[in-house]
Design a protein. Structure first.
Length: 128
């Protein structure tokens, strides 16, 4: 359904440190910087990019928006969360753990990146 996800940043170097750690915790590779200075991450067939806004204005985060990353299990979600907090992210919502709802049982971990974007590591434990 999605071709890619891109978030804005006000500090490429800070974002590289943060996202290189997150993707490393998921078994991904560090960013490749394209000709326009954007960070490009390719992992498990998905593309995630980080850029300074093209319009020259400050990057802001979407209130109510969440970007979810699929992880292999609780151990990887915990490593993702720890890597994010250790590299400039902020733990938010409940601590990483199991959540049950009408869509099934999930192991979830939530962070805000250094620019305030809301991120989630998700492992589907069972489905409804």
């Amino acid at each position: 359904m999605f071709s890619h996800v891109m978030v804005g940043t006000n500090d490429i170097a800070r974002s590289r440190k943060f996202y290189d750690a997150l993707f490393g915790a998921m078994g991904g590779k560090p960013a490749v910087e394209d000709g326009q200075g954007r960070l490009v991450y390719v992992h498990n067939g998905s593309v995630f990019l980080v850029t300074k806004p093209i319009d020259g204005n400050a990057a802001t985060h979407a209130n109510g928006g969440t970007i979810g990353f699929s992880v292999s299990g609780a151990k990887q979600a915990d490593a993702w969360h720890q890597a994010g907090v250790a590299n400039g992210g902020m733990a938010i919502e409940d601590p990483p753990g199991v959540r049950e709802g009408s869509a099934g049982v999930f192991y979830l971990a939530y962070l805000r990146d250094p620019d305030g974007n809301k991120l989630c590591a998700l492992h589907r434990v069972t489905s409804a």
